[in-house]
Ligand binder design. Structure first.
Ligand SMILES: Nc1ncnc2c1ncn2[C@@H]1O[C@H](COP(=O)(O)OP(=O)(O)OP(=O)(O)O)[C@@H](O)[C@H]1O
Ligand SMILES: [Mg+2]
Length: 317
């Protein structure tokens, strides 16, 4: 006699998918149904995608160690060290000229550091060329958007995936089916991204005709085409009207919570940073001045001094 069969009806289990989303699985007579369980909004549950453990300790997703960069006689970044935990929305603030954008350039491979190292997921990526850093899932946006103005919004996104079959001149002749199939897939992905960011109505507009805020969203859209693990946003809210800004904020939160994307965010809009980011890192004159939860950074006398010295009020802005 064989063992009694386990009744299949109403068996329940919990699974976690690649994006870290939990789902309840209910198996009923051999048919599985999936009910997504959205992670809660707490900081702890904002760490769905990556908890990298190497050598027994948690490795930060991004680690910057002793980075320096000189432009002629000017030290724009000076022995700067910090790390970004997987699943966080980390803020990077500081007065004008503090070295924030230069730091993004160093981390993303657009600039070569004079000193220091950058690690992604424990791997040394210092001075890798930008396309290789991008290929590893670290994507950045630019303070001044770099859209292709004479291409449509959709075309701007479809350009992003590297090594497309159609780029090799013989493939459209020798492998037309494969080229068309890949193009269809990339187009579908681009449309998904545009719908997610509610930019789909602009798909056929020339990118050069978009408003400043829409161009900022397009920058974010371009990073999403790469299935990023971490996105570095350089002033996503600068020059953006309040309603579009609320949308950008909402998109960041949603991408973080639902897709587990980690963010490092430069912003001068202090209320936005303090409401969205934890921790917050403060730079001044190329160095890291302070780091911690928004409340402690906001009341740090060194931070107040740095902003007030530059005639900015960190509390009021
Ligand atoms: N390519 C460059 N050549 C020379 N100097 C540069 C270059 N890029 C930046 N700098 C200088 O390095 C310093 C840091 O500039 P950076 O753009 O990183 O500051 P930031 O913190 O991003 O400022 P902001 O908030 O105004 O964008 C500034 O003094 C700037 O003038
Ligand atoms: Mg800048």
């Amino acid at each position: 006699m064989g063992a009694a069969r386990e009744p299949q009806a109403n068996r329940r289990a919990s699974i976690t998918d690649d994006a870290g989303r939990r789902a309840r699985v209910r198996t009923q007579f051999g048919v599985s149904t999936y009910e997504e369980v959205r992670p809660l909004a707490s900081t702890a549950s904002r760490r769905p995608q990556e908890q990298v453990v190497r050598g027994g300790s948690e490795t930060p997703l991004l680690s910057v160690q002793g980075l320096s960069k000189d432009f002629g006689g000017l030290r724009a970044v000076n022995a700067c060290s910090f790390s970004v935990s997987a699943g966080s929305i980390t803020g990077l603030i500081g007065p004008n000229g503090a070295g924030k954008s230069t730091l993004f350039g160093l981390v993303s491979g657009f600039l070569v550091p004079d000193e220091g190292r950058v690690f992604l997921d424990g791997d040394d990526i210092t001075a890798l060329p930008p396309h290789q850093v991008f290929g590893r899932g670290l994507c950045r946006t630019f303070q001044i958007p770099r859209e292709h103005g004479s291409l449509t919004v959709l075309e701007n996104l479809m350009l992003v995936p590297p090594n497309q079959l159609g780029e090799r001149f013989w493939n459209p002749v020798l492998r037309p089916g494969a080229v068309r199939r890949q193009e269809r897939e990339i187009r579908a992905k681009a449309m998904d991204v545009l719908e997610f960011l509610t930019l789909d109505h602009l798909r056929d507009e020339y990118a050069g005709t978009l408003s400043g805020g829409q161009k900022k969203l397009l920058e974010l859209a371009r990073t999403l085409m790469a299935d990023p693990r971490i996105v570095l946003l350089d002033e996503p809210a600068a020059g953006v009207n309040p309603s579009l800004m609320a949308r950008i904020r909402e998109n960041i939160v949603q991408l973080n919570r639902e897709r587990g994307i980690t963010f490092l965010l430069i912003e001068h809009d202090i209320p936005l940073v303090m409401g969205l980011c934890d921790p917050v890192i403060v730079m001044n004159q190329g160095t890291k001045l302070a780091e911690g939860p928004p409340a402690s950074v906001r009341s740090d006398p060194r931070v107040l001094e740095a902003y007030l010295g530059g005639q900015h009020g960190v509390a009021e802005r």
